[in-house]
Structures are given as C-alpha cells and as structure tokens.
Ligand binder design. Sequence first.
Ligand code: IMP
Length: 190
Amino acid sequence: MELIFATYNPHKLSEIRNALGPRYTLQGLGDLNEKEIPETGSTIEENSLIKAEYIFKKYQKACFSDDTGLEVSVLNNEPGVFSARYAGTGHSVDNIDLLLANLIDQKDRKAQFKTIMTYFDENGKHFVFEGIVHGKITSEKQGIEGFGYDPIFQPNGFKETFAQMSLSQKNEISHRGIALKKLLAHLTSR
Ligand code: IMP
C-alpha cells in the first residue's frame, strides 16, 4: 500500500519505515519536493490535522501526519506544542540545554511524549490516533541515537534513554510507535 507521510524529518521517516516493513511504500515531503508545511495551530492536535489535510487536499491520496510534543509536568506541560523551537533556534542541542537548565536541582522530572497521528484515507475521511509514553528527563545527555530530546528522555521501566536504544527498540515503546500501531490496526481492519 502506498502512503504519504507528511514529514520532512528523515529520523521520523526511518522510524516509520522500519516499523511498517515492506508491505507499505512510504513517501515523505522530500520525495514530493514539498516545502515544510507551516504549523500554525495552537495544539498538537491542530498541527497534526493541518499537515495531513494539506497533503490530502493537494494529492488526494491516503496520507498521514504526526505531531509530537514533550510535556514536562513541573513546567506546566511545556515545551509541548513549542517543542521544536523551545530555545528559539530550532536546534535540538539548544532545546535540550534550555530544558536541562530549567530543571536544574528539580527533583520532579516526570515527562511524557505525546504524538497525535492524523490519517486521511483515499476518500478524505480522517481518523486520529494518539500515542503517549511516560518517563523522566535525565540530568544529563546520554546516547547518540535518535533525534530531538531523545538523549534526555528515559521511558519508565528502562535504564536507557531513547538515544541509547536501537530504532526497533524505540519503536516498540515510543509515542510514535504506539500511535503507529493504532494506525496499522485501523488499516488492516478495513
Ligand atoms: P514535531 O512538530 O512533531 O516535528 O515535533 C516537535 C519536536 O519534538 C521535534 O522538533 C523534536 O525536537 C521533538 N520530538 C518529536 N518526536 C521526538 C522523538 O521521538 N524523540 C525526541 N524528540 C522528539
């Protein structure tokens, strides 16, 4: 089955390709020569819908988007919808440094990643799937795999951060992996 994934992010594309396996052919925004779609929504849900709807209206093909935020309890669920540009520069290193600085000496380090995946079928009907993984923010960076906040996010029940896990290990338990499993269950039940 052919699917368009409304992302430019090569890390997200490899994660999803790895999880989907050979039955699905996935095209990203780069493959379609698309520019980044502006995320003008004020929530993760809105941004996820904006991206998938934009692509469906343009290509009239089955497509999906994901929008993800890191929500830190003690920071009133920030950075949340602002996760990509938390430090203002759009660079993960700066975002991580700012988050660690804002949590310095803080004992409560509870956090969760939340993904909202919006899927448009070929008829334009859309479905929403949520994936949440609970964990904590470590006091320093650990690991080099993955992207974004992976080096400082340790999922509950694990000693490693996401950046110390392989792609498949992360997919098993991650926010995006959980949302994707729900999307796949939907696709195979039709
Ligand atoms: P996006 O808007 O869905 O691309 O996600 C916003 C930001 O959240 C990204 O720029 C990353 O910094 C962060 N993010 C999203 N997914 C992940 C993940 O799986 N691991 C670590 N950080 C992530």
